[in-house]
Design a protein around this ligand. Structure first.
Ligand code: RB5
Length: 150
């Protein structure tokens, strides 16, 4: 799978570690920055990753800031993006099963490395359940089109 990853300064350290484990899982990782712990603005990195997912250049994205909130707010403005803020295992699993989330947002100041690793494993290994959830995703697409045309 092709995966784009991005963070701001608050998520930088976790991004480096996660990037490594996502590669180890057999994925191709495109690192969209940031490249250090120097202060930057999270919308710039959320835009880069969400745009790549939105246009189908990558299948999945991972975004990390201090809480994960800023990244998820920005990412969900993009068409076809279903970004899920998952700082626990249950949410990570459900975001795939029910929401077919294609971007995982994490809070670098909220979770430790071991939990982050588990979240990433579960998020990549859990399939979308489909069925009754399919029509709900279709409704999201309809809303997206309505909002764009309004
Ligand atoms: C940066 O200080 C912090 O605001 C950012 O990483 C993030 O938590 C925003 O949602």
């Amino acid at each position: 799978m092709k995966v784009a990853i991005g963070s701001d300064h608050a998520g930088f350290e976790l991004k480096e570690m996660i990037s490594h484990i996502v590669k180890e899982m057999g994925n191709e990782v495109i690192d969209m920055g940031t490249g250090s712990s120097c202060s930057v603005d999270y919308p710039d990195y959320a835009e880069a990753v969400a745009d790549a997912v939105s246009k189908g250049k990558v299948e999945r994205g991972i975004l990390i800031c201090g809480t994960g909130i800023g990244m998820s707010i920005v990412a969900n403005k993009f068409k076809n993006v279903r970004a899920a803020l998952c700082n626990d295992l249950f949410t990570a699993k459900m975001s795939r099963l029910h929401n077919d989330a294609n971007i995982l947002c994490l809070g670098g100041r909220i979770i430790g490395k071991d939990l982050a690793k588990e979240i990433v494993y579960i998020w990549f290994s859990t399939p979308f359940e489909g069925g009754r959830h399919e029509k709900r995703l279709e409704k999201i697409n309809l809303i997206e089109r309505k909002v764009i045309n309004s």
